[in-house]
Design a protein around this ligand. Structure first.
Ligand code: SDX
Length: 426
């Protein structure tokens, strides 16, 4: 199937590729060469595909999300986070033996060089954990130089195991730095998610018992955040990885991109917004008016999505889980009621309905994180911890396909040529 572009009296036939879910894309990779310079432009890449991928499928109109063909609903209800990580990275659900070997390899690498603590010490306690985690992830390279030049699948696997093993330690250390706790390695006899909780919350002078309700809730949240095709941070991981800068540098860049309040940072911004509404007496209508006011930069955080023009399927699962977790933990959180009230109002308001703005993954997740005892400015670190296997899977797919370095074109709109003038004549 072809598409035809007609420009300046000439016609250009361009191939159309069709994906396994019947999505069609015009392949413009030869357009500039065929036309002597014609390119396309698409700020924010709202209409532009960067790659073909077999990892995650989204249907924004129908609110569908699948990892390697498996629905997010089934995976969230039945799988372990490490199982989903294996699925995303290698393409198939692991057998028990494959999963055990995978986890054994990770446990072998779950230490971090002691010198890394000196870098952590250099941060003020007030440092935002996302900046700490992004920096420490880059710093890991210095202690794992073999993770950079990885052209063989075997070398890639070793780098993947190292970052899956060490990244949770860095995330837990970022929290313990904030809370003034001694750094902790947790316990390799625990599961991957259970050990994250222990590394984060074990008190130096007390044993730590993992609460199964908390572990199950975190397992589900991490699965729901594990991948989301070519979002901002994943595209960042791919483009940094395309220069062969190495996996750790690519992940560090992904952490930085995720930090933004329009992306992963929204889960922190949602709670701050809900708290502000609560402090302001719970007047949601005032904040709705601000969100709709073009002259007001305020946005309803946790609402809207580039792809989902229907409910974000993750938001549905998280909203249900929030009720369950708070119920099981016996927690009454007034901001949950404010969130539900805000959602109801927005879904009945033409501004949001006309623009197809629904709650996204970040709208309710912070309420659960908070119930699990996670501080607000650690919420996006938890998002990064969940997204890690997705970033790895997308980086690995890009490297194995030997994709070219990412380097977009532009349309220049600046000054035409002009001669230099001496400073005395300006
Ligand atoms: C994530 O891409 C992914 O997959 C991301 C993610 C993942 O898993 O990786 O799903 C995670 O990042 C979720 C999104 C978290 N961000 C937020 O919740 C921040 C609040 N949302 C918005 O900033 C916005 O909706 C975005 C950034 C999410 C999407 O922005 P788009 O696609 O560029 O849409 P837009 O800004 O062009 O908005 C379209 C219209 C505009 O109004 P008009 O100019 O048409 O009149 O909708 C309005 C916007 O002003 N709008 C909002 C709004 N979101 C969009 N108005 C008020 N509140 C909002 N939240």
């Amino acid at each position: 199937m072809n598409a035809t572009i007609e420009f300046d009296g000439k016609k250009y036939e361009l191939p159309v590729i069709t994906g396994s879910e019947k999505e069609n894309a015009i392949d413009i990779s030869k357009l500039r060469g065929q036309s002597g310079g014609l390119i396309t432009i698409d700020p924010g890449f709202k209409n532009t595909g960067s790659c073909e991928s077999k990892i995650t499928f989204l249907n924004g109109e129908e609110g569908i999300l699948r990892y390697r063909g498996y629905s997010i609903e089934e995976l969230a209800a039945n799988a372990s986070f490490l199982e989903v990580a294996y699925l995303l990275i290698f393409g198939e659900l692991p057998t028990q033996n494959e999963l055990d070997n995978f986890f054994d390899d990770i446990k072998e690498e779950s230490h971090v060089d002691e010198e890394m603590k000196k870098i952590l010490d250099g941060f003020p306690k007030s440092a935002h954990p996302m900046g700490v985690v992004s920096s420490l992830t880059n710093a890991l390279i210095a202690f794992n130089p073999s993770s950079v030049n990885v052209d063989s699948e075997e070398d890639m696997y070793k780098a993947i195991i190292k970052i899956l093993a060490k990244f949770p330690v860095l995330c837990a250390w970022a929290l313990r730095k904030r809370t003034g706790q001694p750094l902790d390695y947790g316990d390799n006899d625990l599961g991957y998610v259970e050990n994250v909780l222990k590394m984060m919350f074990k008190k130096p002078n007390k044993d730590y018992e993992v609460d199964p309700v908390v572990a199950s809730a975190l397992n589900k949240l991490l699965i729901l955040h594990a991948d989301h095709e070519q979002n901002c941070s994943t595209s960042t991981v791919r483009i940094v990885g395309s220069s062969h800068a190495g996996l750790f540098a690519s992940i560090s860049a992904g952490v930085s991109a995720l930090w933004g309040p329009l992306h992963g940072g929204a889960n922190q911004a949602v709670i701050e917004m809900l708290e502000a509404i609560k402090e302001d007496g719970g007047d949601t209508k005032k904040f709705m008016a601000k969100a709709k006011d073009k002259n007001d930069p305020f946005r309803l955080m946790g609402f809207g999505h580039r792809v989902y023009k229907n409910f974000d399927p993750r938001a549905k699962i998280i909203k249900k889980s929030a009720d369950e977790v708070l119920g099981n933990l016996g927690i009454q959180d007034p901001v949950l009621d404010i969130a539900k009230g805000l959602e109801k109002e927005a879904l009945e308001d033409s501004y949001f309905v006309d623009r197809k703005l629904y709650p996204n993954v970040d709208f309710y997740s912070g309420i659960i994180y908070r119930a699990l005892g996670i501080p607000t400015d650690m919420f996006t670190v938890m998002f990064a911890l969940g997204r890690l296997p997705g970033w790895i899977a997308q980086w690995r797919e890009m490297r194995l396909k030997k994709e070219p370095i990412g380097r977009p074109r532009q349309v220049y709109t600046g000054e035409n040529h002009r001669a230099y003038t001496n400073i005395n004549n300006r």
